[in-house]
Design a protein around this ligand. Sequence first.
Ligand SMILES: [Zn+2]
Length: 67
Amino acid sequence: MRIRAEVNCMSCGRFLGDLEGETKTRIDKSWLRPSDTPVRFTKRGLFCGRCGGRALVEHIDKVYVAA
Ligand SMILES: [Zn+2]
């Protein structure tokens, strides 16, 4: 299954980008379609590249691929 989600910073509220990928694989940098604000990937999760705040992944949607 393919999912898509929005990533926002919990601290400063900046939009950090979209994530899209297969649920079979772990979320990593290849999932990210970045915005102007950089995102830091660490072992503890995703963080805002501007303020260092924790990134919040929300609006997770299933992506249906037309057969
Ligand atoms: Zn931030």
